[in-house]
Design a binder for this molecule. Structure first.
Ligand code: 5AD
Ligand code: SF4
Length: 446
């Protein structure tokens, strides 16, 4: 469908936000390369510039419009270049109206549910010279068989579902990614088999809420069943997944951590707050106690499991007592690490209308206390790795150590730096941990 051996020009994709967006950008790159475009090393001077946007937090909007200003200058130097914008921000009419009105140098706008249309929008833009817009609000199926250009040869994301049905009151995602839609298990298995044949050893299954995989579509495979089926695929050595929602973390799923050899002992389980009162206002549908119970069950089946989380500070109405509940949860849960976010008001979500917004100064003070507590626990958890030998998938040159230093991750998702020839990227290796920092480990090959 997309084959064209002629070189059409170069492309550059700038990706913001989560792994779902990264995965979408890989599809966009794959489609462009099938059409004869070549990846550019730099944005300036490339023939097609694509910005894949995120709208989870408000400052992303400001940064995005700032970027468009810079791109105007780039386009003035190279008027034939084409600028396309996509991703979650494009699902908001407010944003696309501004672009259409004030940023006329943007040639193409496409939504999170129109990615497969991008090659034809680009062709039409080139042939007809007019602006092209495609933003759908919903889809009835996920297009299968789109190409992809992976960043790594030996590891890959695999999208298993799109959208979210949860409507946490702070979150814009259900409005920008639409309702939950799962891919049929057969299509997922076939894709993973193809990846394994192509040399992929580690896969990360992606979805906003993988724990409810298949439910909205009435499949007979639930998420745990899918993991059992993936375990049998030869060549795949490691399986990861994200993101999980505590309310759908079933006993069957918990059991898989004790039963499946390929399933890595790591779960990213966003808690958001330690206050059951706030969790209710967030529409999370679990309590602090229920969350801690889940952790106990997970650690019962797999004592070495690493748990990471997301926490929001300063949700509307957060009192000192609520925040202390979060601090207490952090001490009890002992997360390996956590992403912490200052609550950001997203227009169109219920929480944006709540009147008791927390003042910025207080939010920041709480945030700093929380981060200090989390980091101290991360450092302690990491220190326990010193002296251990860990299996690592070597990913290539370390961002920190420079030449002759590689990095890779433990099964528990800890980043490890060690001296190693870069040609070994993609191999599994035993590494003895010699030193531990707050955010990464150091070791040597054994
Ligand atoms: N403000 C701050 N953080 C948010 N997140 C989602 N929406 C918001 C918001 N409005 C965080 C949640 C989620 C992560 C991906 O982003 O913690 O788990
Ligand atoms: Fe947003 Fe909640 Fe859905 Fe996660 S589960 S994407 S936080 S609405």
């Amino acid at each position: 469908m997309y084959s064209d051996s002629r070189k059409r020009g170069t492309y550059f994709i700038q990706t913001f936000g989560c792994q779902m967006n990264e995965r979408d950008s890989e599809t966009i790159a794959g489609m462009l390369e099938d059409d004869g475009y070549v990846k550019a090393e730099e944005r300036d001077g490339s023939d097609v510039i694509i910005i894949n946007t995120c709208s989870v937090r408000e400052n992303a909007d400001n940064r995005f419009f700032g970027q468009l200003g810079v791109i105007k200058k780039i386009k003035e130097k190279n008027p034939d270049s084409i600028v396309a914008v996509c991703g979650c921000m494009m699902q908001q009419k407010r944003v696309t109206d501004i672009i259409k009105d004030k940023y006329s140098w943007v040639d193409i706008i496409f939504g999170t549910m129109n990615i497969d249309e991008f090659p034809s929008l680009l062709r039409e833009r080139r042939e007809l010279g007019q602006h092209e817009y495609a933003v759908a609000d919903s889809i009835d199926h996920i297009t299968e068989g789109l190409p992809s250009r992976r960043k790594f040869k030996f590891k890959s994301f695999v999208n298993i579902m799109n959208g979210c049905n949860n409507f946490c009151t702070y979150c814009i995602v259900p409005y920008t990614r639409g309702r939950e839609k799962s891919r049929p298990p057969e299509a997922i298995i076939a894709e993973i088999k193809r990846l394994a044949d192509d040399g992929v050893k580690e896969i990360t299954l992606l979805g906003q809420n993988v724990n409810s995989y298949g439910k909205a579509d009435g499949f007979d495979s639930d998420f745990a069943d899918l993991l059992y089926r993936i375990e049998d695929i030869d060549g795949i050595e490691r399986v990861r997944f994200m993101t999980s929602h505590p309310k759908d973390c079933s006993d069957d799923l918990i059991k898989t951590f004790g039963r499946l050899d390929k399933l890595c002992p790591h779960i990213h389980l966003p808690v958001q707050s330690g206050s059951s009162r706030l969790l209710k206002k967030m529409n999370r549908r679990y309590t602090k106690e229920k969350y801690l119970e889940l952790l106990a069950k997970l650690r019962d089946v797999r004592s070495d499991i690493a748990v990471t989380t997301d926490i929001i500070v300063g949700f509307p109405g957060e009192t000192d007592e609520d925040f202390e509940e979060t601090m207490d949860l952090v001490q009890k849960a002992r997360f390996d690490s956590a992403f912490t976010f200052l609550y950001s008001k997203r227009e169109g979500t219920p929480a944006a209308e709540y009147e008791d917004q927390v003042p910025d100064e207080l939010k920041h003070a709480r945030f700093n206390r929380l981060v200090d507590a989390i980091n101290a626990i991360s450092a302690e958890k990491n220190a326990a790795y010193e002296g251990r030998v860990e299996k690592i998938l070597i990913e290539g040159r370390s961002a920190r150590g420079g030449e002759g230093t590689c990095s890779g991750r433990t099964g528990t998702f800890k980043l490890v730096n060690f001296k190693c020839d870069e040609s070994r990227a993609g191999q599994m290796a035993d590494v003895k941990i010699t030193d531990a920092g707050t955010f990464s480990l150091f070791g040597e090959l054994v």
